[in-house]
Design a protein around this ligand. Structure first.
Ligand code: COD
Ligand code: ZN
Length: 378
């Protein structure tokens, strides 16, 4: 029996307040309004940014359904939706693409103004939520909310993908993979033969390593305080890996020495102000470029010597790998299907949805790269 137009009761993982575990409860998901899409989520990755909300580092409104790296199937569509239809395989987009704002129209832009990052409302465009628990509204997260069997997103925030794509893998294209890989190929535009340093070898950092390799970098130096991350980084293209704790001098001095004056491209993929400065200082003082991918805790500030920039360095940020999301995600999925890159090494754990708290524990203890939670059998 079709569920279109009806309220769906399903399981979702709710966070009631920071520093508390997820509780899986039955919620009600309202039908999609005009220009909205209701999706059955089948697989969702666990990303550090979700954990940033749990730790209190990212400010949001509670109660909330987190999750932003997922894949599923369209259950029903609201009035006026033309780009997807029920039954389509899709990936929700935490950076939407409205196609009309200045960022969408600019050739280099990708941070569509319809996003709900930064100061988040936790609501749909009409200022209301589609989720309720025992009659009370529950907030959305960055326009996606994927830790639920069903979610509702704006049509701008969903991309139709290849019907043959394995959802339990391509869900990573919804955040981690695309963010890191795009930071190298789109934001930095790494050139063949160049030298790169990637600070932080989590799922996003390893994807940046893959991007550097795909772009033809001849030297890729991985930097992490957890040496257990080194083997995988090397498997994916790092030519050497270093642990800042093994050196007495600052890591930027070590990198400058190792590379005769600094790397061509450095990437900060941790989300700490100290490592942002270290990454900036470790690229060549004149022609080096440093890309900030990690977002530091809300309200943190950086003090640094302007000399770091006066000599010619470039310092830039990168969100969702600078991809225009709705246009690029289907192409990235096609590239994955054509074996242009792999996602398997990034997925260290696959768990049923009810083990969500365990998946976050694996992330916090540094034991996982990416855990993928399965909501049904995709
Ligand atoms: N020096 C070197 N390495 C360090 C240090 C340090 N001082 N501290 C931690 N690390 C290492 C950790 O050992 C770990 O291996 C790695 O850094 C971080 O990896 P993860 O697995 O914790 O994180 P990822 O890869 O899932 O994500 C990291 C981001 C920084 C990209 C992410 O948390 C983030 O800030 N994203 C914001 C960007 C964004 O677009 N957000 C919206 C949706 S993600
Ligand atoms: Zn993420």
């Amino acid at each position: 029996m079709s569920t279109a137009g009806k309220v769906i009761k399903c399981k979702a993982a709710i966070i009631w307040e920071p520093k508390k575990p997820f509780s899986i409860v039955e919620i009600e998901v309202a039908p999609p309004k005009a220009h909205e899409v209701r999706i059955q989520i089948l697989a969702t990755g666990v990303c550090r940014s979700d954990d940033h909300v749990l730790s209190g580092a990212l400010a949001v409104k509670f109660p909330i359904i987190l999750g932003h790296e997922a894949a599923g199937v369209v259950e029903s569509i609201g009035e006026g939706v033309t780009s997807v239809k029920p039954g389509d395989k899709v990936i929700p987009l935490f950076v939407p693409q409205c196609g009309e704002c200045r960022a969408c129209l600019h050739p280099r832009g990708n941070l569509c103004t319809k996003n709900d990052l930064g100061v988040s409302t936790g609501l749909m465009a009409d200022g209301t939520s589609r989720f309720t628990y025992q009659g009370k509204p529950v907030h959305h997260f960055v326009g996606t909310s994927t830790f639920t069997e069903y979610t509702v997103v704006c049509e701008n925030a969903v991309a139709k993908i290849d019907a043959a794509a394995p959802l339990e893998k391509v869900c990573l294209i919804g955040c981690g993979f695309s963010t890191g890989y795009g930071a190298a190929v789109n934001s930095a535009k790494v050139e063949p033969g160049s030298t790169c340093a990637v600070f932080g070898l989590g799922g996003v950092g390893l994807s940046a390593v893959m991007g550097c390799k795909a772009a033809g970098a001849s030297r890729i130096i991985g930097v992490d305080i957890n040496k257990d991350k080194f083997a995988k980084a090397k498997e994916l293209g790092a030519t050497e890996c270093i642990n800042p704790q093994d050196f007495k001098k600052p890591i930027q001095d070590v990198l400058i020495e190792m590379t005769d004056g600094g790397v061509d491209y450095s990437f900060e993929v941790i989300g700490r102000t100290e490592t942002m400065i270290a990454a900036l200082a470790s690229c060549h003082m004149n022609f080096g470029t440093s890309v900030a991918v990690g977002v530091p805790p809300s309200a943190s500030e950086i003090t640094f010597s302007p000399m770091l920039l006066f000599t010619g360095r470039t310092w830039m940020g990168s969100v969702f790998g600078a991809w225009k999301s709705k246009d690029s995600v289907p192409k990235l999925v096609s590239d994955f299907m054509a074996k242009k890159f792999t996602l398997d090494p990034l997925i260290t754990h696959t768990l049923p949805f009810h083990k969500i708290n365990e998946a976050f524990e694996l992330l916090r203890t540094g034991k996982s790269i990416r855990s993928v939670l399965l909501l049904q059998n995709p």
